[in-house]
Design a protein around this ligand. Structure first.
Ligand code: FAD
Ligand code: SF4
Length: 442
């Protein structure tokens, strides 16, 4: 057989060159994604921020083709929640994931499932029946506490849970007995309160903080993504993208216009079962009730310092807007990322003086980026760090710290305590509600 002689057709270059350019572009993009994502992931790993709070994506590496559609689809992408490392999607900033689920919907090869908890850290989810009742008859759960995050879901569940409460026998009993005590005025508790009013139930809503729950604590100007919801009394609300401030203003207007009653700055501490219902004990008193709706979310109750003067209005547990501290003397307490972010962003405000007090000797729990910002502000004299110090007393004009056995009074207009939160599991167990710990499952 004569040898086959092949000759290269130069016209093929018309196809080969563009394909080569596309391939090189793809490799460059992949390398860039890898570099950026690895840096974010390592930073979070060093700071120990590797466990998502609740519902989050689990990515099946065998199926993932690394297209990054999930990365672009994530509404929180500004916080770099997802990235692509070695050509596979990965949760690179797990604590910033809030369970939108947009990544799952965007994945073209179905590589994503949404799960609770991880192999190493379980998440406690109360056992709740389809009518939102727990194993304790008469105690109901709605909103994020039940495991399902997002504002739209919380509003929907608050309304539906109240349908179940209204179906309980014995409604409108003795005058001193409520039909329902609603705990929490986040999206779930607010919607439930409106539904209770609409159904003419005898209700009390108790909120330890402010209207809006977690939404109230979003950073200033945060764009809230939500679906249209059916808000009791009001009807269809068609927000899809709205600023945090506008959403809160809308809820405040609804509260005023409808006259729905919410008791703020009152925290539920215990619930005991009595004949015909429950006694709900709060920081201000007790309520007898036939049913209880827990709409307390999953973020918990901020941990307090337990010192004289902590009840003063200048003491808060989250920084929402650094600008409000312009020109003021501020103390930030804590050693994690939220404390460092609060201290450095207030130090950026003109005329403010900031002291950061932490009881340990180093900021080992914080991200490198925040530690660098802190070092810079300290070097420029905009911020003073007091390690191994604790707060002893707060008065309207000053705060006294203790350091090396000495009392140090400093002028003070505002205090932000970032000492973490007490999660709701203990409270649920105390009330007798069964919880299931999920380790990366639905
Ligand atoms: C940073 C961040 C961004 C988010 N962005 C979005 C978004 O864009 N779109 C979206 O749909 N969702 C978003 N979410 C999720 C959303 O905020 C929550 O899913 C939603 O607020 C849950 O509502 P909830 O009423 O169940 O609980 P929460 O909003 O957490 O409200 C619970 C309320 O109960 C109160 N409470 C707790 N314990 C007690 C007690 N013992 N006594 C009295 N009151 C008590 C709390 O003070 C709080 O006000 C985000 C979450 C976070 C953290
Ligand atoms: S969308 Fe799916 S396939 Fe594409 S990177 Fe994300 S998980 Fe992988």
């Amino acid at each position: 057989m004569p040898p086959v002689v092949t000759s290269f057709d130069p016209e093929l270059l018309i196809y080969i060159v563009p394909l080569g350019v596309i391939f090189l572009f793809y490799l460059g993009r992949r390398a860039r994604h890898h570099r950026q994502s690895s840096a974010v992931f390592e930073d979070n790993q060093q700071a120990g921020l590797l466990e998502p709070a609740s519902l989050h994506p689990h990515i099946d590496e065998a199926q993932c083709i690394g297209c990054a559609a999930c990365v672009s689809a994530c509404p929180e992408r500004k916080h770099e929640v997802l990235g692509v490392i070695h050509g596979k999607a990965q949760l690179i900033n797990p604590t910033a994931c809030i369970g939108h689920g947009a990544c799952k919907a965007a994945c073209p090869v179905d590589a994503i499932t949404l799960v609770f908890g991880t192999e190493t850290r379980g998440v406690d989810i109360p056992n709740v029946k389809p009518n939102f009742e727990t194993n304790v008859p008469g105690i109901f759960v709605a909103g994020e506490l039940g495991g399902m995050g997002l504002i739209g879901n919380a509003v929907e569940q608050g309304r539906q849970a109240m349908d179940s409460v209204a179906r309980l026998a014995g409604k409108g009993g003795g005058t001193d007995v409520m039909d329902v005590v609603i705990v929490g005025a986040g999206p779930a508790g607010f919607s439930a309160s409106l539904a209770a009013m609409q159904k003419k139930l005898r209700y009390v809503t108790v909120e330890q903080d402010s209207l809006g729950g977690t939404v109230y604590n979003f950073p200033r100007g945060k764009l809230v993504m939500t679906r249209p919801v059916d808000l009791p009394v009001v009807g269809k609300v068609r927000f899809s993208e709205v600023s945090k401030e506008k959403l809160l203003q809308f809820w405040q207007k609804v509260e005023k216009d409808t006259g729905v009653k919410i008791r703020y700055k009152e925290r539920v501490e215990d619930i005991t079962t009595v004949k015909g219902g429950f006694v709900v004990k709060t920081t201000r008193g007790e309520y007898k009730t036939r049913a209880v709706l827990l709409a307390i979310g999953r973020r918990g109750t901020p941990r307090k310092l337990g010192v004289p003067g902590e009840e003063l209005p200048k003491v808060t547990y989250r920084m929402i807007d650094p600008e409000q501290y312009k020109g003021r003397h501020v103390l930030v307490v804590g050693g994690g990322d939220s404390a460092l972010e609060a201290a450095t962003s207030i130090a950026d405000q003109p005329g403010s003086t900031v002291t950061l007090s932490y009881r340990s000797e180093a900021f080992g729990r914080a991200k490198a980026k925040n530690r660098e910002r802190l070092d810079q502000a300290t070097a420029e004299g905009r911020l003073q760090v007091m390690l191994k110090s604790t707060v002893k007393e707060i008065t309207p004009e000053q705060v006294t710290l203790e350091m090396d056995g000495k009392a140090i009074p400093i002028p003070n207009d505002g205090i932000i305590v970032c000492a973490g939160g007490i999660l709701p599991t203990g409270f649920l167990k105390q009330v007798g509600i069964q919880v299931e710990t999920k380790y990366g499952t639905r």
